[in-house]
Design a protein around this ligand. Structure first.
Ligand SMILES: [Zn+2]
Length: 294
């Protein structure tokens, strides 16, 4: 009995320690789940997970950890931290291989390169990279471990406001310099590839966009970081999100975009929802719920 108690205590301490060390972006197993959308072959690519502590700094920044814990408890989830998936999307058609976002990159390390291999694509075969916004969990994979361009034959499309913003960030100076020769900017709302249009969704970063992929009457919207948690962001879309550069605009965007997606029953890819992050937003009274595609 004594031994058992000690072993439980040791386990508890070990868990507490592991928990403190295990917040932030962490490695995940590679994954590549494919489906067709008109004449596109779409693949959700797994990259990493991000464990966000429930400390009032990110989720529910205006209501505090207890209110967040209440929502998590109702959903049957642990309340100490929120685990987000970090994923990317691949759209292939003919000789085109278009990657939307690139994950956390080599420092964590992210599994995107292995996930691409599972999808049968080599990095040099990627023809275009579309960036939803320039946070590190979306652009980290643009460079290799030795600081070279990860997708050397691809054009890299970034919205004008986000490219301008990225170049002002000292911590990102090296990445900006390395990718600059491949970057082509666009105005949010413009077409970025055949069958792919950028969609202006302001608030998260200065030029945050989603991407609408359309083919033969079928559509899929990569919503970027419009909503981070399939539980909290949908149950409480009006709560402040600490990752948004403009909290008020982010909140309005989230509520409006989610309402629109639910209204038109739009198929969605959400890079931070549980992998593979493909499904629909459903409207329920004053909030929303996530309905994953089977
Ligand atoms: Zn993100």
């Amino acid at each position: 009995m004594k031994f058992l108690c000690i072993s439980i205590l040791v386990t508890l301490f070990a868990t507490a320690e592991a928990f403190a060390a295990d917040t932030g972006p962490q490695p995940a197993q590679p994954g590549a789940e494919t489906f067709t959308l008109g004449d596109f072959r779409i693949t959700a690519l797994r990259d990493a997970v991000n464990v966000v502590p429930n400390d009032g700094s990110v989720f529910g920044a205006d209501v505090g950890p207890e209110a967040v814990a209440e929502v998590l408890t109702k959903a049957g989830q642990p309340t100490e931290a929120i685990t987000l998936s970090v994923d990317a999307l691949l759209a292939q058609r003919g000789g085109e291989a278009i990657l939307i976002d690139t994950g956390v990159g080599p420092t964590i390390p992210g599994a995107l390169a292995s996930s691409l291999t599972l999808a049968g694509i080599a990095p040099e075969e990627v023809t275009a990279v579309l960036i939803t916004h320039v946070h590190s969990d979306h652009i980290g994979g643009l460079i290799t471990e030795d600081g070279r361009p990860a997708f050397k034959h691809a054009v890299i499309k970034i919205s004008e406001p986000d490219w301008e913003w990225l170049q002002k960030q000292p911590a990102m100076a090296e990445l900006s310099r390395v990718i600059a020769p491949q970057v082509k900017t666009f105005k949010p709302g413009e077409d970025v590839a055949m069958g792919i249009k950028s969609v202006r969704i302001p608030g998260h970063t200065p030029g945050h966009v989603g991407y609408m992929i359309s083919s033969q009457g079928e559509t899929l919207l990569d919503v970027g970081d419009t909503a981070h948690s399939s539980i909290i962001s949908l149950a409480k879309p009006d709560w402040a999100m600490g990752y948004d550069t403009d909290v008020a605009v982010g909140r309005t965007s989230r509520r409006e975009v989610l309402a629109q997606l639910a209204r038109v029953h739009q198929l969605v890819f959400a890079p931070h929802f549980p992998y593979p992050g493909v499904g629909w937003i459903v409207s329920t009274n004053d909030h929303f719920e996530w309905l994953p595609k089977k």
